[in-house]
Design a protein around this ligand. Structure first.
Ligand code: ADP
Length: 484
């Protein structure tokens, strides 16, 4: 609703006096010439003032309304154009005002649309955007920034939000140097993260100052993979260097001090053969791992009969079982539906689990391999859409594994007892291979173990027709150090 404009009393008086000035002059002339009595002069003047007021007040009120209207427009308020009945005949004022109002409204809507579109664009960027002034006070942020650092970031010092010296120094350099900068930094809060920051400056012509725009990309995952790769290369080199150093040492000894010592030569050659064998196993495991990783995101298509694989793999362990007097007992169901898989990769899973059970079980004990169809599925995202699965488990009677080690067993080169594992010829890669094969086959492994009692490693694989398609599976389930 429009309020009626108030005309200041001074303005009204001044205008009335100006308007009535010619009449006052005429009255005064008559009074001076003695044609008008003083009383009639006063009455006449007030009469003229009153009649002038009848015309002047609505006129002034229209002008005052027009002033308010222009003021409101300049302050970007949404107002209706005023009713200027007394000014409407002053040229085309009313029409002009309406056109001004419409064009103003159109411009405002265009601007609002542009601003909204830009905000949507900036808000949907996955990168974090923060704009500060040259005092490093936050001016604007996008949604990604607010999701990470919280709401209400504007008007706060950037250092309070990201207390990182590297970033702050880079911003200072950009403010002083005119040059953009890039920097990588690590933050503990609100969650441990690595960021790559691009800092740029932009002049603001209207204010004569500058804006600093900071774009942050979350590179935590990239850094993690880089660190894992570096660790992996370091570990693999270390694993290969140890047997290599030992072989080189024995060769030196055989060439020098033990040159003519027949007994030592036989013993050294036997150790060298063992070390060469260890290196060869390691290289084979590394190659398997890299091959499996290369195919990690392609679902195998062949129908695989797991019972056939188990029976065939059993034969490879007869000699190892004899050596430790271990009985390998198979408890297999008569028939199993096929699973979707790659023969050689699933054979490697059976081989690695059976191999470990025989390696780590106590002499004169039994290793039991069970295979069946089950509806008792582990609580794992890959199994949630299934009602049944093919399972096989390998149970040994060895030293067992204490609870804290279990989640880490599938990490590459992780060993519970390094000395014991080396003695039995382990590479530390067997379970990592199992995990990668199972990820590719949408399978799951569970480990149950009791110290000094033994361990049971169980594998669950979907039945051929029940396999969930790749699109149904979340990408992070392939994560390298995810579930077992
Ligand atoms: P390795 O080739 O050294 O056996 P794995 O990746 O197969 O490597 O196993 C990782 C570690 O897990 C082993 O070094 C061993 O400490 C432990 N482990 C695996 N299987 C068993 C088992 N059946 N009983 C006890 N410990 C085991």
């Amino acid at each position: 609703m429009q309020t009626r404009p108030v005309i200041p009393f001074g303005t009204m008086l001044k205008t009335l006096m100006v308007v009535s000035a010619p009449s006052l002059l005429v009255l005064s002339l008559f009074a001076v010439l003695g044609e008008l009595d003083f009383n009639y002069f006063i009455y006449g003047y007030f009469g003229i003032m009153l009649i002038s007021a009848v015309f002047v007040v609505p006129f002034l009120s229209n002008i005052s309304a027009l002033t308010h209207y222009v003021n409101d427009l300049s302050m970007d308020k949404r107002v209706r154009s005023p009713d200027l009945s007394f000014l409407s005949n002053v040229g085309e004022l009313s029409g002009a005002l309406n056109r001004l109002q419409r064009s103003w409204e159109n411009k405002r809507q265009e601007m609002e649309t542009v601003i909204t579109e830009r905000e949507i664009l900036v808000d949907t960027l996955p990168d974090i955007l923060i704009m500060t002034n040259d005092d490093k006070m936050v001016v604007r942020t996008n949604r990604a920034a607010r999701n990470i650092f919280g709401q209400n970031l504007a008007h706060r010092p950037l250092r309070e939000i990201i207390p990182n010296d590297q970033l702050m120094n880079a911003i200072t350099a950009v403010i002083e140097d005119l040059q953009g900068q890039e920097v990588e930094f690590y933050m503990e809060d609100p969650a441990p993260r690595d960021f790559h920051a691009i800092i740029e400056r932009f002049p603001i012509p209207s204010e004569g100052g500058i804006s600093i725009v900071i774009t942050l990309t979350d590179i935590t995952q990239q850094k993690r993979i880089q660190r894992m790769r570096a660790d992996f290369v370091a570990n693999a080199s270390h694993e290969i260097r140890t047997p290599l150093a030992s072989i080189i040492g024995f060769i030196e000894t055989l060439r020098g001090p033990a040159k003519d010592d027949e007994g030592a030569r036989d013993e050294f050659l036997r150790v060298m053969a063992d070390q060469a064998e260890r290196m060869s196993k390691l290289v084979n495991d590394l190659l398997s791992l890299s091959k499996i990783e290369m195919n990690a995101h392609t679902l195998p298509v062949a129908k695989v009969d797991l019972l056939r694989i188990i029976r065939s793999e059993k034969q490879h362990f007869e000699w190892a079982c004899k050596q430790k007097n271990v009985t390998l007992r198979l408890k297999l169901t008569d028939t199993l539906p096929p699973t979707r898989g790659e023969d050689e990769e699933l054979a490697q899973v059976v081989r690695n689990l059976l191999g470990n059970a025989i390696k780590y079980t106590n002499p004169d004990t039994e290793v039991v391999l069970t295979a069946k169809l089950t509806s008792q599925l582990p609580d794992d995202p890959s199994m949630r859409s299934l009602s049944r699965a093919i399972t096989f488990s390998v149970q040994d009677h060895g030293e067992g594994i204490s609870r804290e080690h279990i989640p880490r067993l599938t990490e590459r080169f992780y060993r519970v007892d390094t000395a014991r594992t080396r003695k039995v010829g382990g590479t530390g890669l067997g379970l990592a291979i199992v995990k990668h094969v199972l990820n590719r086959h949408h399978g799951v492994m569970t480990i149950e173990s009791e110290v000094s009692q033994g361990s049971t490693f169980s594998v669950f694989l979907p039945v051929y027709d029940d396999v969930v398609q790749p699109g149904d599976r979340k990408e992070d389930e392939y994560a390298d150090e995810g579930m077992l």
